[in-house]
Each structure stands twice: as C-alpha cells, then as structure tokens.
Design a protein around this ligand. Structure first.
Ligand SMILES: Nc1ncnc2c1ncn2[C@@H]1O[C@H](COP(=O)(O)OP(=O)(O)OP(=O)(O)O)[C@@H](O)[C@H]1O
Ligand SMILES: [Mg+2]
Length: 384
C-alpha cells in the first residue's frame, strides 16, 4: 500500500516529535512529510507538501486549528484533517467537526489510537478516483480466477494480474478492485501484506451494504489504482457471506471500477458460482502436472454445462519449466482455443514475494522479471 503522507501541526515541539516518532515506528504505513507550528504555516505547507492527512492541534498561535481547517478543507478538499485537542475541549471538537475535520484525537495521543485513527480515517475518506476518464461508457470487466485443484498459484496469479491491469497500453488510469472470494481460506491479505485490514465480514457485520459510500471503508486501498476486498479472517466467517450479499456488493461497486478481479474458492458453492456467472471471463489456473490438467479439463466441461460460451473460459498454465512437468505444447493442444497463456515458474522471486507479503507486480522494477513480464502480457490478452 502507498504510505499515508502526514503533516503534523502543533505549536509544542515535543508533541510534534512524539507523534513523528510513533509514525516513524510504523513507517510501512506512514510518511511524515512535514511539521508546522501554527495555522498559517499549515496553509503554506499543504499545497507544497501535498499531505494526505493533516494532524491539527486546535490551540495554535497566529491562526488557530479551527480556522486553518476551514481554509484547508474548502481549498484542498482532498486533504483529510484529523483534529487534536486536550480532554475537556468538547465544544471545540464539535466546532472542529463543523469546520470540516473528519476525526479527532484526544491529547496526549496514545500509540494505538493514533495509528488506528489515521489508518481508518484515511481508508474511509481518501479521495477515490472514479473509473478511467476518457472511457466513460466502457463496461466494467469482471475476471474470475478459478482452479480445479488447490495450490496451483491461483491467488498469486490473481493478485499480480490485478496489479498489472493498468499496465496495458492506454489503460494507465484504470481502477481495479480485487475481491477475495476464497471465503474460508482466503490468502490475499497475506500475499499483499494487508492481513490486519477490514474485510467483507466486517462490512456485513457493520450493516454497510446500502451504498458505495458505506462500503468504501472496507475496500482497502493497496495503491492508487487497486483496492482490495479481503476475505473473513477465519473459516466460519465465510458462512455469513451469501450470494445475496455478493449481489449487493457487486451491484453497488461495479460502476466505480474498470476491472473487478476475483480470486474464487475451489468448490462450486453458491458464492463461487455467483462469481463465475457474473464474470466476463473465467481464468482456469492449472499447473503442468497430470492431475491438475485432468481436473482443469473437467472444469471446462462443467463450464459447458453452465452454458458459458467457449470464449468466456480461458486456461492459464502456471509454473512452467519445473522439471517433471508435462510438455507445454501437448497440454496447450489439449486445451485448444481455451489456452490464454503460460506463466513461468520462478520459485525464488515468487516465494520470496509471497513470504514478504509484497507482490512482484507492485514493484517498480526497471527491468521486470520474467514472471512479471508474462503476467502483464496475460492481462493485455485477457482484456483484448
Ligand atoms: N509461477 C510460480 N513460480 C513459482 N512458484 C509459484 C508460482 N506461482 C505460485 N507459486 C507458489 O505456489 C504457492 C501456492 O500459490 P497460491 O497460494 O497462489 O496457490 P492457490 O492456487 O491460490 O492455492 P489455494 O488452493 O491454497 O488457494 C505459493 O506459495 C507460491 O510460492
Ligand atoms: Mg489461493
């Protein structure tokens, strides 16, 4: 995820440095872009430093935090202001919320509430670019990744594909939502280093299925282009997600994204079938060993009985080049017109990225590795 850029505004130097130290300890999440000692300085720094969040003290010299907040939120509505004040200044806090602040913290700020409030407020109010400009009539495309056998790399492929959709020519400004519908054992939180974030069960528990605004708190941003709807943290949580819930979620979020990619479960339960049904394309991920090829062939037959068109069902062979696999050419012939692409095995790079929770295709490599390059090619073919 991109770091949240924070500007700290407080006239007391020790308070600023204490907050900066806490945020420094969480440097995977935050970047402190500057300090300000009064309201006027904040107004001067905001356009220059472009913070995502201003942590604003109320009582400051020259211009107080309330006036500064009003000025910022009207001139720079994309900037989120979180107010800070000492216990007992309730009347001020009420005014702060009227002046455009989104949240408040009581001083002295505590570690957990500072980190939690900043992360949650940012997730809720961060500016969300709408679908790609220049293509307003373009339909949202849904791609579901399915496999007839576990452990073939379906989640790794889905994550890296989601991060690569915007890299095809002419699609730089696209917005993608990645949904983990492996509802019992979803791994996307781990693969993307965002395991502790809100998930689809929190959305259902919080009764937040009415509008995109209420859902958006649970669509966790990974970067500017990709949001993620994570799976419940434990297998029993998956029981509460029905086809009806998915109909509401997909129906509401669809118009806000150019692509929705879904990492499905392995069975044909009602939620998986929903994802397969609504998908424009189903990508069957298989490895090159006989059991996986056999089961993928059976899955293609099932898709036929579900009356999916032949063009809708695509096969991607993953982990090609691993010693004992079957021959690529022969397998490609078995799948015929369903073949979409073959992805190389890259045990070192892939397993390192999996264990670090840092997807390969999120990295800004000058020369992309072979797995990353092939994923990009696959995405462009998928969207052709
Ligand atoms: N192209 C690749 N090269 C090397 N290793 C890979 C590749 N793709 C996936 N892997 C390895 O395979 C493992 C399983 O991948 P992944 O979790 O994506 O599989 P899955 O099909 O989603 O499994 P599950 O059925 O548990 O959901 C990963 O830990 C990763 O290290
Ligand atoms: Mg998986």
């Amino acid at each position: 995820m991109d770091k949240i850029k924070v500007l700290i505004a407080d006239d007391v130097e020790e308070t600023r440095s204490l907050i900066a130290k806490i945020l420094e300890l969480e440097k995977g999440k935050f970047q402190v872009v500057g300090h300000a000692a009064d309201g006027l300085e904040v107004l001067e720094l905001v356009p220059r430093l472009k913070p995502d969040v201003v942590l604003m003290d109320i009582n400051m010299p020259k211009m107080n935090g309330l006036l500064a907040t009003e000025a910022i939120t009207s001139k720079h509505p994309e900037v989120i202001v979180v107010m800070m004040s000492v216990q007992g200044e309730n009347e001020y806090l009420r005014k702060a919320m009227f002046s455009g602040a989104k949240e408040y913290l009581i001083k002295p700020v505590e570690y957990d509430s500072l980190v939690g409030t900043l992360v949650e407020t940012y997730a809720k109010y961060r500016p969300r670019p709408r679908k790609a400009e220049g293509a307003p009539d373009k339909e949202t495309k849904i791609f579901a990744f399915y496999s007839a056998k576990g452990g073939v790399g379906k989640s790794v492929v889905a994550v890296n594909a989601a991060l690569s959709m915007s890299r095809c020519k002419g699609r730089e400004k696209t917005r993608t939502l990645l949904v983990d519908l492996d509802l019992k054992y979803g791994d996307l939180g781990i693969l993307m280093g965002m395991n502790d974030r809100k998930n689809i069960l929190d959305m259902v528990d919080g009764n937040q299925l009415e509008s995109f605004e209420s859902m958006s708190e649970y669509l966790v941003p990974f970067n500017d282009q990709v949001d993620v709807l994570l799976a419940p943290k434990s297998p029993e949580g998956g029981e509460y997600i029905s086809r009806g819930v998915l109909e509401k979620v997909f129906g509401t979020v669809k118009k806000h994204y150019d692509y929705i990619l879904v990492d499905t479960g392995v069975n044909y339960d009602e939620t998986t079938l929903y994802a397969l049904d609504v998908a424009d394309k189903v990508v069957l991920v298989s490895t090159l060993d006989l059991p996986s090829v056999k089961n993928t062939k059976l899955a293609i037959n099932v898709m036929g009985t579900l009356q999916y068109s032949r063009e809708k069902v695509k096969v991607v062979l993953n982990r090609s080049g691993e010693g004992a696999g079957l021959k690529e050419k022969e397998i490609a012939e078995v799948f015929g017109e369903h073949m979409l692409d073959i992805l190389p095995s890259d045990p070192k790079a892939v397993s390192q990225s999996v264990n670090l929770g840092s997807p390969l295709c999120a990295r800004k490599a000058a020369i992309p590795g072979r797995f990353m390059k092939k994923i990009q090619e696959m995405c462009c073919k998928l969207d052709a």
